[in-house]
Design a binder for this molecule. Structure first.
Ligand code: PAF
Length: 288
């Protein structure tokens, strides 16, 4: 059994490396939960899952400017480090790594990671460069933390598919674990951005998951994917004040147009409210 010690918190890359090296020396496995902070029950679930299956758990908190485009919500992204430290500790984290932007990006040597076609669709179509920034920070974080296993939530399904492909293609040794989306009682996917919804928008937002669930049923009943996509889009337009960015049904994790009924599908959407862009999805089998 692993000895319980008080959770540590450090902004220093060198301290984070010292910690992971001490874990390696003592042959303790590391589960890693990368986050952008403003932690909620979805993150707590990732941390608990990591705790179950590893000797130690590291959580990173870093609002990564590289994955925000011009005019996006980098400045408005909610932050509360004290509350995050409490939640991470209660969920079972052993260390919180919370570097500053100048620690993570002291120089820019100009080298870019280009994720390719998987990043051109869904969120990537309206957020060019977003997944380049995600891969950049995830690679840096896993190089610093050197985890055995990394935990990602299924709400960010496209991000997950891209990171899984990146790890496979570039032989990153860490294992990736997919953790199901955690939802509010009314079905809204938990997200740090939910706090930036107005009262009216928060009341409307559960329609997103309701529409996706209806779409899943219609697909399973054999309906036309085009018609069902349109149905979800119309529902979101009629029942929310947000602007629908996309609704799409693709194969998962390839994110291609479906061709066979046996493929795993994702129905995914993004809705831009006044100060929060919400995404959600359901991954399912068309048959069975
Ligand atoms: O999913 C997130 O919170 C972020 O995209 C991640 C993976 C922590 C990278 O900044």
């Amino acid at each position: 059994m692993t000895e319980t010690t008080a959770m540590q918190c450090t902004p220093a890359i060198s301290k984070m490396i010292d910690w992971q090296q001490a874990m390696k020396t003592t042959k303790q496995t590391i589960g890693f939960v990368p986050t952008m902070g403003f932690l909620h029950e979805g993150h707590a679930e990732l941390i608990k899952e990591a705790k179950k299956n590893n000797d130690r758990v590291a959580v990173s908190i870093f609002v990564n400017p590289a994955q925000f485009g011009p005019g996006e919500d980098f400045e408005e992204y909610p932050r509360n480090l004290d509350a995050d430290i409490r939640l991470a500790s209660q969920a079972g984290a052993d260390i919180v790594f919370c570097p500053g932007v100048e620690d993570m990006y002291p120089t820019d040597g100009g080298i870019r990671i280009v994720p390719g076609p998987l990043a051109d669709r869904l969120c990537g179509a309206s957020r060019p460069g977003h997944f380049d920034g995600v891969l950049k920070v995830v690679l840096k974080l896993v190089n610093i933390v050197q985890p055995d296993t990394v935990y990602f939530g299924m709400k960010d399904a496209q991000q997950l598919a891209i990171i899984e492909t990146f790890f496979r293609d570039y032989n990153c040794p860490a294992v990736i674990v997919r953790v199901p989306t955690v939802r509010e009682m009314d079905g809204l996917a938990k997200s740090s951005r939910n706090v930036n919804l107005s009262v009216q928008e928060r009341n409307e937002a559960p329609v997103i998951y309701e529409a996706l669930q209806q779409a899943e049923l219609l697909v399973k009943e054999g309906g036309s994917l085009e018609g069902i996509t349109q149905f979800v889009e119309n529902t979101l337009r009629e029942k929310t004040s947000g602007a629908v960015d996309y609704v799409s049904i693709l194969t998962y994790p390839q994110l291609e147009e479906p061709t066979a009924v046996s493929q795993d599908l994702i129905i995914a959407c993004a809705v831009q409210f006044s100060k929060a862009r919400l995404i959600d999805n359901i991954i399912f089998k068309r048959e069975g």
